[in-house]
Design a protein around this ligand. Structure first.
Ligand SMILES: [Zn+2]
Length: 103
């Protein structure tokens, strides 16, 4: 987002712009929507990176959590996502162990 060092990680099974508009329209509840709303930063698909493609479900959610955890451990970016609850981490490790494909 230009000079902005904030990132947001999220999954969607639908059109990306539809999903982003939901964040903007619910900016009281969405940290991503709130950031765009308050800073007037503009969302652009040029700044979007596709991290994984998977069927919606436990594996995709595990991948989403993994990427959030990885990003939170990266020092030069501000991650807008909320902290992953530790109960979710158990699910992530479970998925990582049973998954035959590499993450
Ligand atoms: Zn920003």
């Amino acid at each position: 987002m230009g000079d902005c060092d904030s990132i947001y990680i999220g999954q969607t099974g639908r059109n990306l712009k539809t999903r982003v508009n939901e964040h903007l329209n619910n900016h009281e509840k969405s940290p991503f929507g709130s950031h765009l709303h308050h800073t007037k930063h503009k969302f652009s698909t040029d700044n979007v990176r596709l991290l994984h493609m998977a069927e919606r479900g436990r594996k995709l959610t595990a991948l989403e959590n993994l990427e959030i955890i990885k990003a939170k451990n990266t020092s030069n970016v501000r991650v807008l996502n909320e902290e992953i609850p530790s109960s979710t981490l158990a699910d992530y490790y479970y998925n990582r162990i049973i998954s035959t494909s590499s993450l």
